[in-house]
Design a protein around this ligand. Structure first.
Ligand code: NAD
Length: 482
């Protein structure tokens, strides 16, 4: 067995209970706050992807037969170890994803552990249609919910550990086995989590293969022995998954794709509460969040006041080195992504949108972009497309109907919020929106018990909640004649 490499970071794959070096070309994992290389991570070769899937197929024959209680105990043990080793996991996550260390240590790892704990409980309390004699007194019907099989999980870079947990916990709980691929930008924390998983789970139940999308990801999602693909990623990647799922053997798919959350501010909204919530909901993780509150649709009568309050808030945001105790957000993920974010803002400026704050890169090291506010019409590219950076647009609208019409014209349908002192109007707007989640007078608050998922180009299927557990199962009907 080979040993960890690259400056103390383990960069190996996990296949069938063993950590082994990837045999294909390496991908570079950066420290985005400094722009320096953290590790070169060898990718899995096609033969190694094959062995990971073979290991998962083999492990499925026994994991599927374990009881809910046995799987639950494994998940609880994983959660305990995550919390015990939170300090080390947080350091790797913060370094590689550029997230403020205090937030990863404090909130994100607690959430990761909570996801494993929730599914540990959920799998022991599944409910469903009552067994009975539906056709006739001599025909007894039973419903089973069986695992689907080998799941290929493809994770993004914005919350490497949390997104992995959203996929791994329900899949393992339901009795599936998994081959998971982290983003090529952020493999290090998942490999570190792999040590914990490997100490607790039987070999082959979870396998980790590193590498890029077009080679390793594509090989994984198109393999005939993979029965389900679960992706969190870009809409374009979602299309690649759908094409692969329509291959020789049809696969179940679960797609959590992009978002562009409208924040609908009605004429009686509490501006102080709105702006103090958006401080985090818009800029947490440098806005690299599919639910980020990134496009404000404000009633024309309040537009000036909201702009002024947002400008003051943005001027007071603290961003910089993720190791500092006072920072609210760090860099964006890569030099290329920095180009992409600044390209959106530069084009908006060229098209006549007004940059109210920021609008430029920040510092000379690392991939920092200043928090940015843009006044823009709804049809501007910067309002229509997912920027995935610390950039918020403000658009004036004419009342609730106009706001709903514009919000629903979007290709995206993931997260949204409505702000009003009048609960009845807020509920009317919330009911009319075509978004997977709508918050009223808040934004970006998650509960592990509640489903998270999109509509339209934001994908389908739910993460979190009992709904997610059900998606990792196959409903079967058994009828006994007597
Ligand atoms: P991405 O689609 O570029 O990459 C996601 C993963 O897909 C990576 O592991 C990548 O290697 C892999 N991939 C890329 N092409 C592939 C292919 N052809 N076959 C198989 N795998 C492939 O997305 P990203 O840039 O890592 O993440 C940002 C995106 O994720 C944003 O659009 C964001 O909105 C979305 N996101 C959505 C949610 C949600 O819950 N809906 C949550 C987080 C992020």
């Amino acid at each position: 067995m080979s040993t960890p490499s690259s400056a103390g970071f383990d960069t190996r794959l996990l296949i069938n209970g063993s950590f082994i070096s990837g045999e294909a070309r390496s991908e570079t994992a950066f420290d985005p706050a400094r722009g320096t290389i953290l590790a070169e991570v060898p990718s899995a070769s096609l033969a190694q992807v094959e062995s990971a899937i073979a290991a998962a197929s083999q492990a499925f024959t026994s994991h599927r037969r374990t009881t809910p209680k046995e799987r639950s105990l494994m998940l609880l043990a994983i959660a305990d170890r995550i919390l015990r080793e939170a300090e080390d996991l947080a350091r790797v996550e913060s370094l590689n994803a550029g997230k403020p260390l205090r937030y990863v240590k404090g909130g994100e790892l607690a959430n990761v552990a909570d996801v494993f704990r929730f599914f540990a409980g959920a799998v022991r309390t599944m409910e469903g249609t009552v067994s009975g004699n539906y056709r006739s007194a001599s025909m007894t019907s039973l419903i089973r919910r069986d695992p689907v099989g080998v799941v290929a999980s493809i994770a993004p870079w914005n919350y490497p550990l949390l997104m992995a947990a959203w996929k791994l916990a329900p899949a393992i709980a339901a009795g599936n086995t998994v081959v998971i691929k982290p983003s090529e930008h952020t493999p290090l924390s998942l490999i570190a989590l792999g040590r914990i998983l490997n100490d607790i789970l039987p070999p082959g139940v979870v396998n980790i293969v590193c590498g890029n999308g077009p080679d390793v990801g594509q090989a994984l999602i198109s393999h005939p022995d993979v029965r389900m693909v679960s992706l969190t990623g870009d809409v374009r990647t979602g299309r690649a998954v759908l094409a692969a799922a329509a291959g020789e053997r049809i696969k179940r798919t679960h797609l959590e794709l992009g978002g562009k959350a409208p924040v609908i501010v009605l004429k009686d909204a509490d501006i102080d509460s709105l702006v103090s919530t958006l401080r985090e909901a818009s800029f947490y993780n440098a806005g690299q969040d599919c639910t980020a509150a990134c496009r404000i649709l404000v009633d024309r009568s309040l537009a000036g006041d909201v702009e002024a309050a947002m400008e003051a808030m943005v001027a007071s945001l603290i961003y910089g080195d993720p190791e500092r105790d006072d920072v609210e957000f760090g860099p964006v993920i890569s030099a290329r992504h920095l180009e992409r974010v600044s390209g959106f803002v530069d084009r908006a400026r060229d098209q006549g949108c007004q940059i109210l704050a920021g609008g430029e890169r920040s510092g000379t090291t690392g991939f920092f972009y200043a928090p940015t506010l843009v006044r823009a019409p709804f049809d501007a590219e910067i309002v229509q497309k997912e920027v995935f950076g610390p950039v918020v647009t403000i658009t004036a609208v004419d009342g609730p109907e106009d706001a709903v019409r514009l919000a629903n014209s979007s290709e995206y349908g993931l997260a949204s919020s409505v702000w009003s002192a009048d609960q009845k109007t807020a509920l009317t707007v919330a009911n009319a929106l075509e978004y997977g989640v709508t918050w009223v007078n808040t934004h970006g608050v998650f509960a592990t018990e509640m489903p998270h998922g999109g509509m339209k180009n934001s994908g389908y299927g739910s993460d979190l909640s009992m709904q997610s557990l059900l998606e990792y199962t196959q409903t079967r009907h058994i009828m006994l004649a007597s």
